[in-house]
Design a protein around this ligand. Sequence first.
Ligand SMILES: Nc1ncnc2c1ncn2[C@@H]1O[C@H](COP(=O)(O)OP(=O)(O)OP(=O)(O)O)[C@@H](O)[C@H]1O
Length: 257
Amino acid sequence: MNDSNRTPITVVQGASKVYRQGDRTISALQGIDLSIYEGSFVAVMGASGSGKSTLLHLMSGLTRPSSGTITVAGHDLGTLSDRRMTHFRRNRIGLVFQAFNLIASLNAYDNILFPLYAAGVKQTDDTVVHELASQLGIQDRLTHRPDSLSGGEQQRVAIARSLIANPAIVFADEPTGSLDSVTGQSICKLLRDLSDQHGRTIVMVTHEPSVAVWADDVVVLKDGEIIDRFPTNRYEDAQSLAAHYQQIVGESAMVTS
Ligand SMILES: Nc1ncnc2c1ncn2[C@@H]1O[C@H](COP(=O)(O)OP(=O)(O)OP(=O)(O)O)[C@@H](O)[C@H]1O
């Protein structure tokens, strides 16, 4: 679909982020303009330190920009108090991390429901958990605690948890970073299916072309600026995407599978 006919779920306009450490200032992002359209699956690539996680944190309301605006699902995040931002994040934003971040003492079922428990929801819907577990292939793992789940299963639980509140958008920071390449590819396929079959809007940070190639679009950051955005269907495979990435970033990207 042409972008002009689609609704942006997230709009970043003129955003910058400066971190202060003592008397040092670090300019992590400058002049970022970015729209993420409903139902799209976008990968954010860039070298270490290029600002990928900072951009994800700004778009998910975990960090506030030093300047510029960020609008998510029609809400200007800059107008929200910290308390309303937390509430907004819990209800409208799904987060997936490299290290899964599951609660060790809870089984998969309770980990998935944890965001609702944390929001004080008393009545939870069993069928929603089972539907999500079945979409994610972990229906027979719900009674297991994280230490008896494989890395891939733990990430599937974490993805189910990110979807339990039916968020407007899911942000995934290196979701395959702790997994071997075969398991990582199965998580990529899962994210692709969530986008294709369930219309989920997903933004994923990765430095691996073999992961980015699963997205619709790739946004490339260098030194805190967006230097390119391109559709993945322009490339036949991860190798040709890696070659383009290498050309624009000026450094090599390893294709692991
Ligand atoms: N909380 C912080 N305080 C100070 N500087 C920070 C902080 N977070 C990030 N930075 C700096 O901002 C810049 C961008 O960091 P960021 O983590 O966004 O990059 P990245 O592309 O995600 O890197 P990586 O791939 O290594 O995770 C880096 O120079 C980093 O050192």
